[in-house]
Design a protein around this ligand. Sequence first.
Ligand SMILES: [Zn+2]
Length: 160
Amino acid sequence: MADPDIYHYSLEIVPLDCNFVPADSAISAVLKLLEVKCLDNQQTDQWSHTHIQLVGLIDPLCQELICPSCGKKDSPGCDFFFPLVEMLSEQPPDESDVEMECCGSTVKVLSIDFGDKPKFAKFGFTINNRSEELDKNTIVEIGDLLGCPVAQFVEEELSR
Ligand SMILES: [Zn+2]
């Protein structure tokens, strides 16, 4: 008999400025705050990269984005998203261009707005085993502590 599907949830918190990397003291202050706000099994990891990364998964079936060239909100589908994800696995988004399906313009990948998620970031927090967002006041407080406003989104991953 097959094992039951296991869903793994995490809450991602990233600065709205994708280049932003906070000071160590600010990171410690946020980790302290999250320790109070989260349950024992919701462990918070901080991460940072030398290059900007795409944080969170693209869902080609229902993903909507806003074209930075013509402003159209569109769901371009698998033929657009799969090559994009593959490209971003090989080169960072701030060095990548892509041709939009809506208007044929070539745009910087970094300038694409994916909506709520995924986001671009160099630095972020991942709270494991958490499927609920933090309340708005906490998100504002985290932004204040870090020195840059942050966005949050829940990521769901099916591991078999
Ligand atoms: Zn367009």
